[in-house]
Design a protein around this ligand. Structure first.
Ligand code: NAD
Length: 279
């Protein structure tokens, strides 16, 4: 048996997901990018979905293939049924199957409630919730067709929904986003209940404040950073790798008995830090 140092790069065991095929949506930026790279580091072949920014997606592919696994960039808008179906068909054709779906793609279109246009509401629901529904449905069809392959994994498939602490914490000025993540929570739990008998594990990761382009305004200036840190008991802003590590673990057989759970990766943001001194 190799030493621990030989089987890990960083903290990710390099053979943990060997032989598995993963699809990560919105994987050319932020959390999706770190997660796709983390899955590749753990030995999975990875499809890097993107909706725009082909060069950035190809960079991610290049980094993943440097680990000696396969990767490819597929363009698709996750809110469009025909494009999601096409991605899954292509993945099965080119990679043979899918074992892990990370439904990560997401966006914000913020506005005070009375100024929020229907288009802003609809777009965020379409991408953040309907997009996850479509990807999960198509992945599940392939999981069910193929079933469990014991040499690869104890389960027939894993779905990891990228949620947010805002599936729990209300968020003024972001009613579309918070509603979409609340929806993700119930979609995840319902799918977990429905699919567990088919040996498909559905779980969610709920990030707190992670340094990515989606929330640049919240960490870019020292003032914003200070205000944000008041909400985080662990006193640091998260990095995309923090989320990647959680996803890799949840996708692996180490977590084979974890079904229908949301793993909060938030430095304690959901611990009501205001009550540490108030209340
Ligand atoms: P990001 O903006 O860096 O990444 C979002 C990705 O989704 C991008 O690659 C984007 O192109 C892609 N995307 C958007 N619309 C798409 C579509 N229609 N089809 C396919 N891809 C699409 O932001 P991020 O912080 O990395 O966000 C990733 C996920 O994490 C999102 O679901 C977000 O809600 C969630 N999240 C982020 C934080 C945070 O603090 N950064 C906190 C909680 C939850």
């Amino acid at each position: 048996m190799a030493s621990t140092a030989a089987v890990t790069q960083g903290v990710i065991p390099v053979e943990l997901l060997k032989g598995q095929k993963a699809l990560v949506t919105g994987a050319n930026s932020g959390i999706g990018k770190a997660t796709a790279i983390g899955l590749g580091r753990a030995g999975a072949d990875v499809v890097v979905n993107y909706v725009s920014g082909r060069d950035a997606a190809e960079e991610v592919v290049k980094e993943i293939t440097s680990f000696g696994v396969r990767a490819a960039a597929y363009e698709a808008d996750v809110s469009q049924e025909d494009q999601v179906t096409a991605v899954m068909d292509r993945m099965v054709q080119e990679f043979g199957t899918i074992d892990i779906l990370v439904a990560n793609a997401g966006m914000q279109r913020d506005a005070p409630f009375t100024e929020m246009a229907l288009e802003q509401w609809q777009k965020v629901l379409d991408v953040n919730l309907t997009g996850q529904f479509l990807c999960a449905r198509e992945a599940t069809k392939e999981f069910r067709r193929r079933g469990v392959v014991p040499a690869v994994s104890s389960s027939a498939g894993k779905i990891i929904c990228m949620s947010s602490v805002h599936q729990l914490i209300p968020w003024s000025g972001h009613v579309n986003y918070a509603s979409s993540k609340g929806g993700v929570q119930m979609m995840m739990a319902t799918l977990a209940q429905e699919l567990a008998p088919h040996k498909i594990r559905v779980n969610a990761v709920a990030p707190g404040a992670i340094r990515t382009p989606i929330n640049r305004g919240a960490w870019e200036t020292p003032e914003a950073r200070e205000e944000l840190l008041r909400l985080i008991p662990y006193n640091r802003i998260g990095d995309p790798q923090d989320i990647a590590h959680a996803v890799v673990a949840l996708a692996s057989d180490l977590m084979d008995y974890v079904v229908g759970t949301t793993l909060y990766v938030d430095g304690g943001m959901t611990l009501f830090p205001g009550f540490a001194t108030g209340g």
